[in-house]
Design a protein around this ligand. Structure first.
Ligand code: MOS
Length: 742
């Protein structure tokens, strides 16, 4: 099936189908789950960055009022293996490990009648530590005499390397070469909804309500952990308040809740506090990146050299960042080398476009510097180097690429040329504009199954396994089925994210939920329509090919027939359609592309920076819902302002502790940091790689945002902030260094 040519529902700015519940407070989140006889749990965490746990004494805690269970490394279940080394696939730690490698690692857990009793009991646990030297700075951790996070050393594997062409020759041929080194901050996961679970056993069957992006991933993890058949583990994902990648994987808190529930034979609720979540639900790790780009006088790129040092914290995770350096611009000679080191800090986790904003910060600021050195407009420089094939994937063609159109239309609607030429200074207050481009590397695919049911009264039901993280997945899925069945959106209800009652899909992440789960939803609805038309065709004596659906009615020539009037349908009472996700075309590379523009105002005396306006021109294929599309783009931009300007985890090197593990000292961008003026330009190159025409939006929306702001800052001040964040104090320091305080 090809994407619709003239959809009537899909693409419209439809408010969320669950907007009333979410805004009105009736939506039930995991935190809202309350079961009879439910206990409350809390976790004791290591205060040290690196320590051996010599002894855990829980005797006092066990005697505290209301306490029903305490589990630690003293118990057999506390010794079960936890983290798996991605290289060797061997377990590298246990759930309550006697070696704590970062502040916040789990030591013990308590279940009690009330939450306060659980917290009190946690404080009554006595622990003897042997505190070891620690290292929290990646640049310190690679030094030969650095404290060891792991016995085997701080660099678990050789650097990841990539190369094509001849980079040295490429630089020799260049007329202009620029090189800069950049630092990005550690961005901590702090979704509005905290991380937590409610677990209940019925005999040997486990039921868990979980704050998760993927109920089937949690089901699989729990089944392995407790050695249960998959069918005996039911995981339900209620409403969610954001995940951003921090809720893709099974968390220790979920396993601990289930362990405590099994021990006490009572349901257990375990939620992390906000302060705990700052330590242990994951982060976008800090990076040090050096980018060198060579170009001919006319702007043609001749070579890119990309070197990076990253960290995954104390446990292994995936963090290479170089994809855009390989694929965003046409360039025959590219080399990258990335090293990873362990440090004694909380672990990296996937975080909205893992690796991409970091690379973008370095690559796109270097492109900006290159444009200046060439005396060329930064939009023009990018337009000169737009590729038509994916060089990172063996020169396979893109399914579609709207990068050039994003650059052109974005520049036009932003008023780029005029803004660039405008007089910028008003005493110490200066203004500037910047641009950055980006791409995202994933595009969804199998497996995913969706079921659609149609009833004779013209109402329909969608049944899907995917979570709606808050992005509007349910709304878009409803629109797809409404489009296909010609029934009003209000007549469709949706069931989601329950391993007991919905179908398998991969976790919602990678900007691939709509593009993985939407196509089978459309196929399922088309299957329903086919069956309905067969029944109608027989009764109405009209060929199925001449039937249509509109406003919940069957259209046969000038007749309009209610669905319930089709006798065979009324007898059967329901028509069921099953859709399964087909593979993507194997001979194409599917990427969403993004170009964002920013205008900033900087007060050179005070160091204050205001982002005045931003515009995002995005090729994510078809905009499935204009309203949720804009939400994603604007949300992505604000998150990017956080990444570039306001957020950063601050590690105290001497204690190895996070000194801003709370929402007061860790500064998320607020309404005061967001631009007052935002605009969004959807660019649709009519992609046909799936039956929707969509390519995914959630992550590309944040990839170039911080870089666009940084380039605007440079345009305003003539000073480049290579090391994030663009905080007031860093801005003052950078301007002072250049003697440029106005
Ligand atoms: Mo995303 S980082 O795949 O939730």
């Amino acid at each position: 099936m090809k994407p619709w040519e003239n959809p009537t529902v899909v693409g419209k700015p439809l408010p969320r189908v669950d907007g009333n519940e979410r805004a009105g407070g009736t939506a039930r989140y995991t935190m809202d789950v309350r079961l009879p006889r439910m206990l409350h749990a809390a976790i004791l965490r290591s205060p040290h960055a690196n320590a051996i746990v010599k002894k855990v004494d829980t005797s006092e805690a066990e005697k505290m009022p209301g306490v029903r269970a305490v589990i630690s490394m003293n118990d057999p279940e506390g010794k079960a293996p936890w983290a798996i080394h991605p290289g060797t696939r061997k377990p590298v730690s246990q759930i309550f490990d006697p070696h704590c490698r970062y502040q916040g690692e789990e030591i013990a857990a308590v279940a009690a009648e009330t939450q306060q009793q659980a917290w009190d009991a946690v404080r009554a646990i006595r622990v003897e530590y042997e505190v070891l030297p620690h290292v929290v700075d990646p640049e310190e951790a690679i030094k030969p005499d650095a404290p060891k996070v792991w016995e085997e050393g701080n660099q678990p594997w050789p650097p990841a390397k990539y190369s094509r062409g001849d980079v040295d020759k490429g630089f020799a041929e260049a007329d202009v070469v620029v090189e800069h080194t950049f630092r990005t901050i550690c961005q901590i996961h702090t979704p509005t909804e905290l991380h937590g679970s409610v677990a209940r056993w019925r005999g040997n069957r486990l039921q868990v309500w979980d704050t998760t992006q993927g109920v089937f991933a949690i089901q699989r993890g729990l089944a392995e952990w407790f050695k249960l058949p998959l069918a005996d583990v039911r995981v339900i994902g209620p409403y969610m308040g954001g995940g951003f990648g921090s809720k893709l994987e099974l968390g220790k808190y979920t396993v601990i809740a289930a362990m405590l529930a099994r021990r006490t034979k009572r349901p257990v609720k375990l939620f992390l506090t906000r302060e705990e979540s700052f330590l242990c639900v994951g982060n976008r790790p800090p990076h040090i990146l050096t980018v060198k780009i060579g170009a001919k006088k006319d702007g043609t790129l001749t070579a890119i050299d990309y070197r990076g040092l990253g960290t995954f914290g104390a446990y292994p995770n995936w963090t290479t960042t170089d994809y855009q350096a390989r694929d965003l611009y046409k360039c025959p000679n590219v080399r990258s080398e990335e090293r990873q080191v362990y440090v004694n800090t909380g672990t990296a986790r996937p975080f909205r476009a893992p690796g991409f904003p970091q690379c973008n910060w370095a690559l796109e600021q270097t492109m900006d510097a290159l444009a200046e050195k060439l005396g060329m407009d930064p939009v023009e420089l990018r337009l000169r180097n737009v590729p038509t094939v994916s060089q990172a994937e063996g020169n396979k063609p893109y399914s579609t690429t709207g990068l050039a159109e994003c650059l052109r239309r974005g520049a036009e609607e932003f008023g780029w040329k005029e803004a660039r030429a405008r007089a910028k200074s008003d005493g110490p207050v200066v203004r500037g504009v910047g641009v950055a481009a980006g791409l995202w590397g994933y595009a969804g695919g199998p497996p995913s199954t969706v079921i659609v049911k149609l009833y004779p009264d013209g109402s329909a039901n969608i049944n899907m396994g995917a979570a709606d993280l808050g992005t509007g997945t349910k709304t878009v899925m409803t629109m797809i089925v409404a489009e296909e069945l010609g029934v009003p959106v209000e007549n469709i209800s949706i069931e989601w994210a329950d391993t007991g009652t919905t179908q398998y899909t991969e976790p919602s992440g990678g900007s691939k939920t709509v593009v993985s789960d939407g196509p089978p939803a459309r196929d399922a609805a088309a299957e329903v329509r086919k069956q309905l038309f067969e029944m109608a065709s027989e009764q109405l004596k009209v060929p199925a090919s001449e039937l249509a659906l509109k406003d919940g009615k069957i259209i046969a020539g000038d007749r309009q027939v209610a669905m319930g009037e089709i006798r065979a349908f009324a007898e059967q009472q329901v028509i069921v359609g099953v859709g399964t996700r087909k593979p993507n075309p194997p001979d194409q590379v599917i990427h969403p592309f993004a170009v964002q523009f920013a205008e900033v105002e900087v007060n050179k005396r005070t160091g204050e920076m205001k982002v005045l306006r931003m515009l995002g021109a995005h090729d994510s294929g078809r905009a499935m819902n204009l309203l949720t599309y804009r939400n994603q783009v604007f949300g992505g931009m604000v998150m990017g302002i956080g990444f570039g300007a306001t957020e950063r985890r601050i590690m105290d090197a001497s204690s190895g502790r996070v000194i801003n593990a709370n929402w007061h000292d860790y500064k998320l961008p607020t309404a005061l940091d967001a631009p007052a003026e935002v605009a969004c330009v959807p660019v649709d190159p009519k992609d046909e790689s799936n039956n929707l025409g969509a390519k995914g939006l959630g992550e590309p929306a944040t990839i170039p945002s911080a870089s666009a702001v940084a380039n605007a800052f440079y345009n305003a001040t003539g000073v480049r902030i290579t090391d994030a964040p663009m905080s007031t104090s860093n801005i003052v320091a950078a301007l002072n260094a250049k003697g440029n305080r106005g």
